[in-house]
Design a binder for this molecule. Sequence first.
Ligand SMILES: Nc1ncnc2c1ncn2[C@@H]1O[C@H](COP(=O)(O)OP(=O)(O)OP(=O)(O)O)[C@@H](O)[C@H]1O
Length: 476
Amino acid sequence: MITFESVSKTYRDGTTAVADLDLVLPSDQISIVVGPSGCGKTTTLRMINRMIEPTTGTIAWDDRPLKSFRRTTLRRQMGYVIQNGGLFPHRTVLDNICTVPALLGWSRAKSRSRAIDLLKMVGLDRSLAHRFPAQLSGGQQQRVGVARALAADPVLLLMDEPFSAVDPVVRADLQQLVREIQRELGKTIVMITHDIDEAMLMGDRVVIMRVGGRIAQVGTPDEILDRPVDDFVEGFVGKDRGYRALSFAPASGLPVGRVRSVRSAASATSGAPAVVVDAEGRPTGWVDPDHGPAVLPLGATFHPETDSLRAVVDATLSSPLGMAVALQPSGRLAGVVRAEDALAAVRRRRLEVADQHRPEEQAADAEPDDVPVADAEPDTAPAARSDAAGGTRPAEPDATEPRPAEPDAAEPDAAEPDAAGAGAVEPDATPGSTSTAPPADGDDLERQPGRALGPPPADAPEAPAAEPRHAEDGSR
Ligand SMILES: Nc1ncnc2c1ncn2[C@@H]1O[C@H](COP(=O)(O)OP(=O)(O)OP(=O)(O)O)[C@@H](O)[C@H]1O
């Protein structure tokens, strides 16, 4: 757990990048920091591995102040991934991934074996191992960047807009990859992005910052989508937040009804609409005898066990008959959900969310008909009911059925064996480098990205105190 207490950062030129930040980033979760350009995201991230030091306040890792760690020791436990991977252009993929293990003194055989394992983990063929970064696509480079950051098995992964330079399809793959890595390896990940959709998709916890380096809201994605605290957050999360919030409600409780299935449109000349299925029982389209013999498009489908309510609503909207086709895990037809049932589930969810956020005293004073709709009698009259905000809304009778750097890389720790850069991998700034780092210069050093930082070996010593000469901002 990383804890910021009253943390501020003012640069030498007087710019306050972060102001009075109180924040907890829990372990073993993905925390996403999101906000408009210049709101202090990168400054916040780099204060975690002490590439930047706060001007005031305290940052602690599992209750231990960061100041009490040597920077190099700290960084060996924190992998760091930046846009474009920040790879050394003149080193092969394998050598890039082996950088930190090599600096930590691992044997060549152990480093290479680890690198090959990581290539597989990030979904790259080992035949790419001897290529140079320029011979890879942007997405492949980014995967190598992730592999390099993981090479020495860091406890924490810091990611600074890692996917902003790749196209949406590759981006979706990389997002999935990082989520899988987090699940499988149980890493703590802190990632920054401009993209609120990415934040909502990937974050267990989302921190929205506003310009001036202040926190606007912290919460789970669905909390933020359901309850933006103010106009800024509401504007930032976008107009379709109600629809996107459905991504966090499972489809599993919906009633999946039976539907007629036929092998060809010719076999459904009368009667109710039917789903046309292939020889394996997989749905391919609809036929509606009232609309003639043509096979109608199937629309989107969904898996009841794994998909969200959003997928179901989308499937009903894209179905020509307003029925979402549910699939078994095998892809065979499982049944259908009617648009009315999907909407009833949406209404129930809204009521549940409103109920969760109702102040305690209001809940205690609640009238009997304030109970969640699922608990109401099936024949509840469609009269007005109090809502969570104390207003009224019409009752929904059909909803009543219970349904189912920087700098100090430039100012290495003399006491550390990797003082010349071990544990702090700098992207090459030569022409052709994939790094987007500005040249290091004074304070700009703080903005210099591109260190893949690994953890210490299990027996790595930790120095008891911070190094006073590391007054950051260049003032030594
Ligand atoms: N070394 C520096 N010296 C002076 N000001 C700086 C320095 N680094 C950052 N800033 C300023 O601090 C503020 C926050 O910058 P920061 O890079 O942390 O924001 P950000 O949210 O990551 O921005 P972006 O999304 O555009 O990368 C900005 O006004 C920026 O210009």
